[in-house]
Design a protein around this ligand. Sequence first.
Ligand code: 13P
Ligand code: SF4
Length: 365
Amino acid sequence: MQAATIAFDTFNALADQDAQERIVAAKARLGKRAVLLCHHYQRADVYKHADITGDSLKLSRLASQTEAEYIVFCGVHFMAEVADILSRPEQVAILPDMAAGCSMADMASRAKVERCWRELASVLDPDERVTPVTYINSAADLKAFCGEHGGIVCTSSNATKILQWSFAQREKVLFFPDQHLGRWSGWKMGIPLDAMVIWNPDLELGGLTPEQIRKAKIILWHGYCSVHQMFQPAQIERFRAKHPDGLVISHPECSFEVCKASDYVGSTETILKTVKEAAPGTRWLVGTELNLVDRLAQEVKAEGKTVQFMADMICMCSTMQRIDPQHLAWTLENLVAGHVVNRIGVPAHEAALAKIALERMLAAS
Ligand code: 13P
Ligand code: SF4
């Protein structure tokens, strides 16, 4: 008879050093059967165990290519869902702590997007005239909605290309859940700000008039990442006053004003690449999550590069932070013992539709 699943209780109080040793030992026993995918915001004591690191686009591509039986995703819930959708049926996607969600992804739900679609239908035929685009930071059922309605998924590194694809299909775009990524990407492709309106899901007709909807090119969902809203143009102004030769790089989840005041805007992978490839001795102000910025600062220090965090206070992705060494050790030891804990399994019908929207993205980017 197989032993029962090991309960988390025994790991909760595990000292950090013990957890580290147990992760290393369990990983060695699992060998190639398990792969650890880690997003760049992951805390250092987990990130150090990664087999593969990346932004959402890179990780979703690699999740579809790995041969491992177990894909242990050190990131947030929607990322593990994407790994499950894009991997083969016999592969298992695992999220070490189920509480690791994304608060921005939670700002759009299938029910609210369906209501939006119905309400838009009172003004125009959305299936004829609107391409739904969901940021990868969204639940699988929203990706399925896009698959079903001729839409697509985008990430922070391909959003402009995906908008171009979307406008080649239909004349307007409904972009959810991140208004900032949608606005920045639309503006970059030449769409004026007044042709992008905000859809407030808590108001009738999104708080818009039929005339505003008819005139809009992009309808932006009223969603945002609270971590990236901590960055302000005033922080950039102060940095530039003190360091006139300094360079500023931000993530496109930051406000339009922050993106506009930055020298570069890009995904987490782009931020890392840009700073790592910059000339020795350069000085950077970086507008994205603190774990990434701290790690980057350490890595480029030897080349005389200075990396400074944009906000005045600590702001981390608290949900990503939930994946700690204790949960990782617990997950891996269960796998060694033959038990899968915290499996992320998207229902087959939903996964098939979501895969259509994800594959459109992978082909277009
Ligand atoms: P990236 O795809 O740029 O890694 O962004 C993911 C994310 O959640 C940023 O907040
Ligand atoms: Fe979601 Fe923001 Fe965390 Fe990214 S940083 S995973 S958008 S809550």
